[in-house]
Design a protein around this ligand. Structure first.
Ligand SMILES: Nc1ncnc2c1ncn2[C@@H]1O[C@H](COP(=O)(O)OP(=O)(O)O)[C@@H](O)[C@H]1O
Ligand SMILES: [Mg+2]
Length: 232
């Protein structure tokens, strides 16, 4: 356990998983990471319509899924947001196809923000692109920030493959046990650290870095001034 925590290296392709109960600060964290990542095309897969990266990025919002992601002018980067339609009969297939847009063409560097990861990575029911992303994101030059309130509801590969796990307030013991087992930290130690983090106040979080095999306690992220997000 140490502070301060290491900065993200945006040159590396990596998977980030953000977990914690509703309202704990996941989407805000994901949004800051997404906004701040330089030199990369960005794509928000937004199942519930409240993952807004901000208009100042020149975001193009789509309600139907294109065959490929828009491209920007030379030297610039495209930011695209697709709002899914949960009422559509092809909802699940569409979500998986959207992940494919972040993977292909293989050498296009893309950063994904998937705000309701349980919709896209349901436990033991991964679509082909979702599995490919979790298992081989590096080979496809794809990075992703995934948010989910209950880690027991997503496929175990999400935890197993994450380069960083960002843990907000996570009250349920079964979620804590799942996380502890996946990252290889003793449940007793994780419990103690999470309780201590919660006691610090709202929006404190823990960050597990898989490469260093280290847990860090982190103060609330400063939020960028422009944010428009459902208060939930
Ligand atoms: N770092 C922060 N500092 C101040 N307020 C925050 C912070 N993170 C979140 N909030 C507030 O909490 C609300 C809920 O955060 P959000 O990220 O949407 O939660 P979640 O995605 O976990 O449900 C936000 O709308 C914002 O008002
Ligand atoms: Mg959210």
């Amino acid at each position: 356990m140490s502070e301060p925590f290491p900065q993200l290296n945006p040159d590396l392709n990596q998977l980030l998983l953000v977990i914690g109960r509703k309202g704990s600060g996941k989407s805000m964290n994901a949004r800051e990471v997404f906004r701040g990542w330089p030199y990369i095309d960005k794509f928000v897969i937004d199942p519930h319509g409240d993952a807004d990266p901000g208009d100042d990025l020149g975001t193009v919002t789509l309600t139907s899924l294109p065959d490929k992601l828009p491209t920007a002018k030379k030297g610039e980067y495209a930011v695209t947001r697709w709002i899914a339609d949960p009422a559509s009969s092809t909802y699940r297939e569409d979500l998986d196809r959207a992940v494919g847009l972040g993977l292909f063409p293989q050498k296009r560097r893309v950063l994904l923000w998937i705000d309701e990861a349980a919709e896209v990575f349901p436990a033991n029911r991964l679509g082909p692109n979702a599995r490919l992303l979790l298992q081989q994101s590096r080979h496809y030059w794809t990075s992703a920030v995934l948010c989910c309130p209950r880690p027991i509801n997503i496929d175990p590969l999400c935890l197993g493959q994450a380069d960083r796990v960002i843990i907000y307030d996570l009250p349920h013991p079964r979620d804590r046990e799942r996380v502890a087992a996946s990252i290889g930290i003793e449940p007793r130690v994780l419990n103690r650290e999470l309780d201590e983090t919660r006691a610090r106040g709202p929006y404190w979080f823990m960050m597990y870095d898989a490469r260093a095999h280290e847990l860090y306690r982190c103060p609330p992220l400063p939020l960028s001034s422009s944010y428009k997000h459902a208060q939930q």
